[in-house]
Design a protein around this ligand. Structure first.
Ligand SMILES: [Zn+2]
Ligand SMILES: [Zn+2]
Length: 175
């Protein structure tokens, strides 16, 4: 009779990242690998407003790989399509998730205990990049959603088609 691997043993096969908010009340853990969406900078106005920062670096993981381990984050439905979770005490925004569609969840990379572990690979929504923020890197940059973005329902939208077809003002997104 062979026993199934314990959950801890399974987790040991995948890198585990931990993080949390500024005050320490909310903590999380996520096990790799990232989802296909990967890690990138978002320059959309909603990310700027919701963090007070000129740009937010996000990393996408399968939702089932993520768990809050301490505290009870506040959920803010920032649009009809998405929820952002943040610490109700210190205000740190921790996660972004679409309500429908692929079960992925974005983590604000800077809230990781070791943010150096997940370097961003692209820029999104540069149509609303704040001009005084100079990028100075060679990463791919998209006016709107990147090439891999799949809206709820699974449609594919490339960088050209998304900026040409999206019924949105420049610099806005449905998040
Ligand atoms: Zn906090
Ligand atoms: Zn954004």
């Amino acid at each position: 009779m062979t026993a199934a691997p314990a959950p801890d043993q399974l987790a040991a096969d995948r890198p585990v990242l931990t993080g949390g908010c500024l005050c320490g009340a909310v903590r999380y853990r996520v096990s790799g690998p990232m989802s296909r969406e990967g890690a990138g900078y978002c320059h959309c106005r909603m990310c700027q407003r919701s963090t007070g920062a000129p740009v937010v670096a996000w990393a996408s993981f399968p939702a089932e790989a993520f768990a809050f381990t301490a505290g009870d984050p506040v959920a803010y439905r920032s649009s009809a399509e998405a929820i952002r979770r943040f610490c109700g005490c210190c205000g740190t925004q921790l996660t972004f998730a679409y309500l429908e569609g692929p079960p992925f969840l974005d983590i604000a990379i800077a809230t990781l205990d070791d943010p150096r572990a997940v370097p961003p690979q692209f820029h999104l929504w540069t149509a609303s990049r704040i001009p005084w923020l100079k990028l100075g890197d060679d990463l791919p940059a998209f006016d709107g959603h990147g090439a891999d973005f799949r809206p709820t329902g699974g449609m594919a939208a490339g960088p050209q088609s998304s900026s040409a077809n999206a019924p949105l003002l420049p610099g806005t997104d449905p998040d």
